[in-house]
Ligand binder design. Structure first.
Ligand SMILES: *Cc1c(COP(=O)(O)O)cnc(C)c1O
Length: 407
């Protein structure tokens, strides 16, 4: 009675294409690579129309035929609303629209909610009761929230310089969280090594198949919002790359069922200059990226020295005729201040990196002012340290009001 119309046929190794059974617990492929969920797209395309979707609530579950959850009772939700596309009218350089998709409106304040609501719903469907994850902050917060809601126990490990707010929100939402004196891949090693002893299911980025499917809804939703169209170019702040891989998968699935034309957007992977393994691999023409040494950046969400889905990110970037590019921390913070001051929109540092990259590539001629560009702001700017304010006012003394304008 609660069976959802779902069209999952099997899982597939992202590198070699060998098949794996769905409806059973799966981690990585035999080759140790991410698994991708495959659907019967023909049957899916016959079962639903764009008009039918339009009459459903404007949230992530609108796209349920494209998603893996079979039984609606397993859906774990905190209200995954559609996020707005906000035009940067003042900063737009030409006729092409410059739009920010503001993912900070989602539960737990970041787009990690998209991936984790799906992965946790599937964990519930498959009977998983205990999970562990390495995180730079936002993924851990989303896991904590959804796992707690689902009655699943969660263990979270973050680098010890993870923003304080993230560590606290993870704990507040019911996960067990530890600060680790290393980077995210060191935290990942702890999860891997502790699995046996603790009976953890490994929720690391791309080590379970369903987070991508949640992130895929960014692409479905974006096309839906643009009237089943796509922009010319998408700037995406890239760490583990689930969002970029997921969006590219969405566009390909939509194309396969005939909802999009031939033109797909160029996908631009944006990284921080202090941690840019994908940019380096892209420029060298490599299929895989090497571990980035001494990774550092204020944009903690994209401080990922090694990504298990590197080849999938690089493939999407190349297939789409996009590119990978890096911006330094000064440019990131300047971009954040510029967008906030000019447009009243506070971006997170990772989101600000996409605006900095957009300006840089506009100057370099790799994107034109006539093109429609979408920048992804993947978390609320409120979770991050903001510039200090030093002005004070003594209410017990006479105030020179005119002078306030010049301070
Ligand atoms: C996780 C995160 C990213 C990177 O996302 P991936 O899809 O894993 O590359 C970017 N920005 C923010 C704010 C994040 O939390």
């Amino acid at each position: 009675m609660n069976e959802q119309p779902t069209f999952v046929t099997h899982l597939e190794c992202g590198l070699h294409g060998d098949r794996y059974e769905a409806d059973t617990i799966q981690g990585l492929s035999r080759a140790g690579k991410p698994l991708l969920v495959r659907y019967d797209l023909e049957a899916l395309g016959r079962s639903v129309t764009r008009e039918a979707l339009a009459s459903r609530p404007a949230d992530l579950w609108r796209y349920r035929e494209f998603l893996p959850v079979r039984r609606s009772e397993n859906v774990v939700s905190l209200g995954e609303v559609h996020t707005p596309l906000i035009r940067l009218a003042k900063l737009q350089p030409g006729k092409g629209e410059l739009l920010v998709k503001d993912e900070g409106r989602l539960p737990t304040g970041s787009f990690k909610a998209r991936g984790l609501c799906m992965a946790v719903s599937m964990a519930r469907e498959l009977g998983i009761t205990r999970v562990a994850m390495p995180t730079n902050g936002n993924a851990g917060a989303a896991l904590a929230a959804y796992a707690t809601r689902a009655g699943i126990e969660s263990y979270v490990f973050c680098p010890d310089d993870t923003p304080e707010i993230n560590v606290r929100e993870i704990a507040a939402q019911g996960a067990k969280v530890w600060r680790v004196n290393g980077l995210i891949h060191d935290c990942g090693r702890i999860v891997g090594e502790g699995k046996q002893a603790m009976g953890w299911f490994d929720f690391s980025t791309l080590k379970e198949p369903y987070r991508i499917e949640g992130k895929k809804t960014m692409g479905l939703e974006l096309a839906d919002q643009l009237g089943w169209n796509v922009p010319d170019v998408i700037f995406y702040p890239t760490g583990g790359g689930t969002g970029l891989i997921g969006m590219w998968k969405a566009f390909q699935e939509l194309q396969a069922i005939g909802w999009l034309g031939d033109k797909l957007p160029r996908m631009v992977a944006v990284q921080a200059a202090g941690c840019a393994p994908i940019v380096k691999a892209f420029e060298e023409g490599a299929e895989h990226a090497e571990l980035w040494q001494d990774a550092h950046t204020v944009a903690s969400g994209i401080r990922v020295p090694v990504a298990i889905g590197d080849f999938l990110i690089l493939r999407a970037v190349r297939e789409s005729h996009g590119f990978a590019t890096a911006v330094d921390d000064d440019a990131i913070l300047q971009a954040r201040d510029e967008v906030a001051r000019q447009e009243g929109l506070l971006l997170c540092p990772e989101g600000a990196a996409t605006y900095a990259a957009y300006r840089q590539e506009l100057a370099a001629g790799r994107v034109s002012p006539e093109e429609t560009a979408v920048l992804f702001n993947c978390a609320t700017g409120l979770k991050y340290p903001l510039p200090e304010v030093h002005r004070t006012l003594d209410c017990r003394r006479p105030i020179d009001y005119e002078a306030l304008a010049h301070e």
